[in-house]
Design a binder for this molecule. Structure first.
Ligand code: ZN
Length: 486
């Protein structure tokens, strides 16, 4: 099963305009092409709410008039290590980077050159810098910056530091006949500065390409229709991954000979493990428990999802409740990425108590861990002994799956996934978590202002007592010992 350990490269069927996780497309049987994305490439489909947010930013930033994403599959690739950063993939190539700008405290879109072509075609005419034709070779061949004498047009809305689209124009600035995108970059001057000066750097070019037409591949229909097609194009991949995971579960259960527990969190990964366990074990008459840890910090959608899953699969999910967060908070102070008492108190301890009382000789727990989630997890074995609970053995049936495999499997099985995903959340855990980036906190504030207010009130009181500043309240609380890395 060597290919399960290999790197997963996102591929695209340019004929069907669909992502395919294999060399061949299952619909047209044609070859697929690799999509160049930032590793590790844990890609997921964009939901309509994501698209709505992206379109709002594009309208605000570039004044686009049309929906560039209409009737197409859009994917988002999460870049690890930085605050909210997602590559937006459209028509089989990276369209732009969608990020939360920590300094400016706002969302922004940084288009690729291809993205810029589509933005201009969609009527976007803000943040545009027109250059004289005679300086084009300098930019294309020598990667030169745009200097003041080469500027023929400069949008009034541009401020220093903003992302701009660099174009070559034919005709006078009032009646452009033809506008051709040649690059993207960052403005080094404001509109006023450009008007006042006759030299200096105006735009630092990030990427430049010889002018050409944007690539538009076929439409695949609305979100649901596109998802159906995407599942169909990947049927062979889904079947292969399912067969392998089911075999793994059956073998492990047979070998370990302990009561089986599926740890369900309300998230997509553990939902997939639950679906696989139902197929692997229920059909063979092997019983297993399903547990859900209610940390007391769950969003309502997660609790609803647990009930929905219970109903749909005729299960009785055991709820392990922990209500100690607010109480322990007084004692320990805010949790941090380097001080995660919360997961010990609200998750590990209650599970440990439950397992040691229910299974005398321990148990085999199936978890939704995936190596693509973090570099720390990439070297994990697929079966290991828990170091928290004596006698507990854990295994990860979907360790080698990417988020796309998981989503394909969920869509294929029409499984009830947590509604938080369709609101744009990538994670569905506790609503207070030091692992959150500022973009995620913004999302949470948008949908659950009252929950976030309670937390912020606490942070304010704590800051006052401990002489901490606004920056700590905004973002610094997420580390206890380390100074925030910028
Ligand atoms: Zn195809």
């Amino acid at each position: 099963m060597k290919h399960f350990l290999g790197k997963i490269h996102l591929r695209w069927c340019k004929h069907c305009n669909l992502p395919v996780l294999d060399e061949k497309c299952n619909i047209c049987k044609g070859d697929t092409e690799q999509v160049k994305i930032t590793p590790p490439g844990d890609v997921r489909p964009a939901f309509p709410k994501d698209i709505e947010m992206i379109n709002n930013i594009l309208r605000e930033q570039f004044d686009i008039k049309e929906d560039i994403f209409k009737n197409k599959i859009v994917l988002l690739n999460k870049s690890p290590g930085v605050d909210f950063t997602r590559e937006i993939i459209l028509d089989g190539t990276v369209f732009a980077i969608w990020k939360y700008d920590v300094e400016k405290a706002n969302w922004s879109i940084i288009p690729t050159v291809e993205g810029a072509r589509k933005i201009v075609n969609a009527g976007g005419f803000k943040k545009i810098v027109g250059i004289r034709e005679d300086i084009v070779p300098y930019i294309l061949e020598r990667h030169a910056s745009v200097l003041r004498p080469g500027v023929a047009y400069f949008s009034q809305d541009i401020r220093r530091g903003e992302e701009v689209i660099v174009v070559v124009m034919e005709g006078d600035t009032e009646h452009f006949k033809d506008i051709q995108v040649i690059g993207v970059g960052r403005a080094r001057m404001d509109y006023r500065e450009v008007m006042e000066r006759d030299k200096g750097m105006v735009v630092k070019i990030r990427h430049a390409e010889a002018p050409r037409e944007a690539t538009y591949l076929r439409e695949t229909g609305d979100f649901n229709r596109s998802i159906e097609k995407m599942v169909l194009a990947n049927e062979h991949v889904i079947r292969r991954y399912e067969r392998e995971a089911i075999g793994f579960i059956r073998n492990t259960v047979e070998r370990i000979k302990k009561p089986v527990v599926v740890a369900y969190s309300g998230g997509k990964d553990s939902l997939t493990v639950l679906l696989l366990s139902l197929k692997a074990l229920r059909e063979r008459g092997i019983e297993f428990d399903v547990i859900f840890v209610d940390t007391g910090l769950e969003l309502p959608e997660t609790l609803e999802n647990v009930e929905e899953v219970e109903r749909k699969y005729n299960l009785k999910i055991i709820r392990i409740k922990s209500q100690e967060f607010w109480e322990k908070l007084q004692e320990y102070g805010p949790p941090g990425r380097d001080y995660r008492w919360c997961s010990k108190v609200c998750k590990m301890k209650p599970v440990e108590r439950f397992i040691s009382s229910r299974y005398r000789d321990g148990c085999l727990t199936l978890v939704g861990l995936r190596k693509y989630e973090s570099i720390n997890r990439s070297k994990k074995p697929r079966i290991w002994k828990s170091w928290h609970v004596k006698g507990q053995i854990q295994c990860a049936p979907i360790l080698h799956w990417s988020a796309m495999h998981v989503w394909l499997y969920i869509f294929k099985n029409k499984a009830p996934y947590n509604k938080l995903y369709s609101l744009g959340f990538d994670r569905v855990g506790c609503y207070i978590c030091p692992a959150m980036d500022l973009g995620e906190i913004e999302l949470l504030k948008r949908y659950y202002p009252e929950l976030w207010e309670r937390w912020e009130r606490y942070l304010r009181e704590y800051a006052k007592k401990n002489n901490l500043d606004e920056e700590w309240i905004r973002s610094g609380w997420r580390w206890r010992y380390r100074v925030k890395d910028t």
